[in-house]
Design a protein around this ligand. Structure first.
Ligand code: ADP
Ligand code: MG
Length: 312
């Protein structure tokens, strides 16, 4: 039996209309299960519903309908336990400018009723590289430092699930590396489940075991990162025939053909299965005269765009 960190069933969120506009269906019945101990990526374009989903998990936004369980605790039945099981680093930099980082962590610990002797504020500040800023005013912190502080705040109550909402949007490479090193270490050493949203595909590729892509409030696909990357193995060879193409063209296994405008033929195949040269040889052997060729290699961005536009 799989041990789930998060179980979401039929989750819907409709935001009331602002200023006479139409209500916004931000989540349209999402089902999603996230195994405990994994690093899970939630990908999607702006406005897809990622933050809405995460804020519902965190108890910051009320769902319209559906079921949410965190570490087995149903949000509606055991709200306190389900909230205690999750820590969220929000997308917005919402820090109180009057607290020092140390104070901010202590206040947060108080909100989660962490007993004094169990608090680890300095240890956490040290981990995110803010130990020397423990007593500085939040308003004197750089943007990168504020993000680190938000991460620290999310960890104060020792949650089993850590959610990072666009943690690296607009941060420099050094901070990004620091963040990922820390997050990986926490995941490996403590079995912390990590859920991150991002619209940087290479980040998801590097960090995540599994990925769900969400668009217009729906999960479009959910798969292991490797399986998603295997899709990227696909390549398209576009051939402009000289004269008429043969009426029937036997294709090697795993190759599919599609007719394009201007008599072009597009062959799609996996690079790991057949090379471009070998494919062209076979097509020639079957009587296809080649006037011109072009190749199209999708990158992650293409696959992402393809998946996110497919249900528009
Ligand atoms: P993402 O994080 O993927 O960019 P969001 O969850 O922030 O997406 O937003 C999903 C949709 O819900 C968007 O169309 C957004 O404009 C809308 N939305 C988000 N928050 C609110 C709100 N508080 N009131 C009304 N609409 C909202
Ligand atoms: Mg967002």
């Amino acid at each position: 039996m799989v041990d789930y960190a998060i179980e979401i069933e039929g989750l819907q969120k409709t935001y009331a209309a602002a200023g006479g506009g139409a209500p916004k269906h931000a989540l349209k019945g999402v089902d999603l299960q996230i195994p405990a101990g994994s690093i899970f990526g939630l990908l999607g374009p702006n406005g897809a519903g990622k933050s809405t989903m995460i804020n519902i998990l965190a108890g910051l936004v009320n769902k319209t309908s559906g079921k949410v369980k965190i570490r087995g605790w149903d949000q509606d039945v055991n709200p306190r336990q389900s909230r205690a099981a999750i820590g969220v680093m929000p997308q917005e930099l919402n820090l109180d400018p009057f607290f020092t980082p140390f104070e901010a962590l202590e206040v947060q610990a108080g909100l989660y009723a962490v007993p004094k002797q169990e608090r680890r504020s300095m240890e956490i500040l040290d981990m995110v590289g803010l130990a020397d800023k423990a007593n500085a005013y939040a308003r004197s912190l750089s943007g990168g430092m504020r993000r680190r502080l938000l991460l620290a705040k999310a960890l104060v109550h020792n949650p089993q699930v850590l959610v990072l909402d666009e943690p690296t949007a607009g941060v420099d490479i050094e901070l990004r590396q620091m963040l990922w090193t820390n997050v990986r270490r926490l995941n490996e050493e403590t079995g912390l489940t990590v859920i991150l949203t991002t619209h940087y595909l290479e980040e998801a590729q590097e960090m995540c075991d599994e990925i769900a892509i969400i668009n217009h409030g729906e999960v479009v696909i959910r798969d292991s990162t490797n399986a998603l990357l295997n899709r990227l193995d696909g390549k398209t060879l576009v051939i402009y025939p000289h004269g008429d193409a043969p009426a029937t063209l036997p294709l090697p296994e795993g190759v599919t053909m599609e007719r394009r405008p201007n008599d072009a033929l597009a062959f799609t195949y996996n690079r790991s299965q057949i090379g471009t040269g070998a494919l062209m040889e076979e097509l020639r052997a079957h009587g296809l005269h080649i006037r011109d060729v072009a190749t199209e290699e999708p990158d992650l961005e293409d696959v992402f765009l393809d998946l996110t536009k497919s249900r528009d």
